[in-house]
Write a protein that binds this ligand. Structure first.
Ligand code: AMP
Length: 515
């Protein structure tokens, strides 16, 4: 009897919208529609008493019961809890993401049957804490997360597939250098990639995890609200449901402004109403600084890759917000090239993730790889030390950002006293020399050091970044063969026991082994 191989499924877990794709029988990525028949699912969750509703219905509820709706939970990933309280309950953001993933899994299963393995995408600029939280969300949604993949890389893989690069006959050995400009709903990523045949190599990456279409929406909300205040002396933003409704109207008007020169937004509050007309020019002026931030970051990434615009073959546009004409105009003027819109802005990332899932599953069955991905780390990794002069906590960088992955760095610590039993190492990610301005990954405790170590004995701590940007720590004590235990106690992370509880609650699945 032959066993049917599991489907290769990729999920683009977006800030505002999520997309699921799978590889069909011919190995082509296809987008799966959700239970409502749509190709994209709003990443919005409604807590309606004991019911948890995800997607379109939850998005609609923002206009009537905003206080029960969680939107943009991806923006809070890496924090201990989501910023809003629901009936006295506060959820970790990755738990809210798990509910979204659970809906995506159930809807997809209706078409392709039950499945449990996925690749989930993350912004390239996500730090290690956020990467782990995303994997945890996948676990709590009942998945085995085969891998996490950077969104711009996934888009580049989808682009390569479309161009025929992944077909060994069709692949060219000439390097193709592409700059992926990915402006989604809540995050901005820019990655410079080299595609050489079937090898995808990230040369540099940069971005902003709190910049996306949502910020453009908010500016439009402000424009309309200010015009409402001028007319009626009350601010419609003070009521959450009116603000929610206004946001939805403005998001819609923003899309209109990508196609037309003007759009109008209606707003009703406390018996007053107003219809504000906004021109594209007004909208662009009100959001120019947001665009400038992406421009600055794009230039930085190109510089970090050691390239000039003349070395870049294409500027690939990814993410729904790149439909705004101001983005295309800015990139055309900056790069001197016509931006490439050949990949589906909303779906390319999920397609790339499905291709990656296909690769991981093929490897598990000892089949040859059809393409390879080389990644870089998006943030510098450091350990915290104390400045002997100022007594301040300093970030001692061990692995600088944009280092090709995987990579291992070693730091030797010396025991401070005889017969010391443990060492505490504080790990951070970030570029600032001050440890307080960096992301706290956690404390790594080196336990069970061999007995009777003399003072000043060396202890080697090895920090290993995996190709997907996840961190592992190993410890060795030179001149002894004693096994030393380490564990990273994370600042804002759920323990396995809690995750198992959520897994049972959200998708009624029992715990499994989980790294
Ligand atoms: P993504 O995360 O790639 O799905 O991008 C979602 C973002 O793209 C949201 O902020 C949408 O409002 C935005 N978006 C989608 N279509 C358009 C459009 N035609 N014009 C402007 N923004 C858009």
């Amino acid at each position: 009897m032959t066993t049917v191989p599991p489907p290769a499924v990729g999920i683009d877990l977006g800030t505002t919208f999520s997309v699921v794709a799978r590889l069909d029988e011919r190995g082509q990525p296809v987008t799966l529609v959700n239970a409502e028949g749509d190709r994209v699912t709003p990443s919005v969750v409604l807590f309606d008493g004991e019911d948890v509703v995800v997607g379109k219905e939850a998005l609609k509820a923002i206009a009537s019961e905003a206080e029960h709706v969680a939107e943009c939970s991806k923006r809070d990933v890496g924090h201990r809890v989501f910023h809003k309280v629901f009936d006295g309950r506060q959820f970790p953001p990755e738990v809210i993401e798990a509910w979204i993933l659970n809906k995506l899994r159930n809807d997809a299963a209706q078409q392709i049957g039950p499945f449990g393995q996925v690749v989930i995408t993350v912004p390239a600029y996500f730090d290690e804490v956020r990467r782990k939280a995303t994997q945890d969300a996948g676990y709590m949604a009942g998945f085995e997360v085969l891998d996490i993949i950077n969104e711009p890389t996934a888009a580049a893989v989808a682009f390569g597939f479309q161009q025929g690069f992944l077909d060994p006959q069709g692949s060219s050995t000439e390097p193709n250098r592409i700059l992926v400009y990915d402006l989604g709903g809540g995050t901005f990523d820019v990655t410079v990639m080299e595609i050489r045949g079937t090898e995808f190599t990230a040369l540099a990456t940069d971005g902003d995890v709190r910049l996306g279409g949502y910020d453009w929406d908010q500016r439009l909300v402000d424009l309309v609200a200010e015009s409402f205040i001028r007319e009626h002396y009350v601010d419609p933003r003070e009521d959450p449901s009116t603000a929610g409704k206004l946001w939805r109207e403005c998001e819609d008007a923003k899309r209109t402004l990508s196609a037309r020169g003007k759009a109008s937004v209606a707003c009703d509050y406390r018996g007053f109403s107003c219809r504000a007309e906004v021109s594209r020019q007004q909208f662009e002026e009100a959001t120019q600084d947001l665009l400038d931030r992406t421009r600055f970051t794009t230039v930085q990434a190109l510089k970090a890759a050691g390239l000039a615009w003349g070395d870049v073959d294409r500027v690939l546009l990814v993410g729904g917000s790149t439909r705004m004409p101001m983005v295309r105009n800015m990139l055309r003027e900056l790069s001197g090239k016509e931006p490439d819109t050949s990949v589906a802005a909303d779906e390319a990332v999920a397609h790339g993730a499905a291709l990656r899932a296909g690769l991981v599953l093929a490897r598990r069955q000892d089949q040859p790889a059809t393409f390879t991905i080389h990644n870089v780390n998006s943030h510098s990794l450091g350990v915290v030390g104390t400045d002997p002069h100022t007594g301040r906590k300093r970030n001692g960088i061990l692995i600088p950002r944009n280092t090709p992955l995987p990579v291992t760095a070693k730091r030797t610590f010396k025991t401070r006293k005889a017969n010391q039993k443990s060492i505490l190492v504080q790990i951070v990610e970030g570029e600032s020399p001050s440890a307080d301005d960096c992301t706290q990954i956690g404390k790594c405790t080196v336990r069970d050091l061999p007995p009777n170590l003399p003072v000043q004995s060396p202890v080697d701590v090895l920090f290993h970044y995996e190709p997907n940007g996840r961190l592992k720590v190993h410890v060795t004590v030179p001149e002894t063969d004693r096994q030393v235990k380490t564990e990273i106690v994370r600042e804002n992370s759920l323990c396995k026991e809690h995750m198992d509880g959520w897994r049972r609650y959200i998708c009624h699945l029992e715990p499994t082994d989980y790294r």
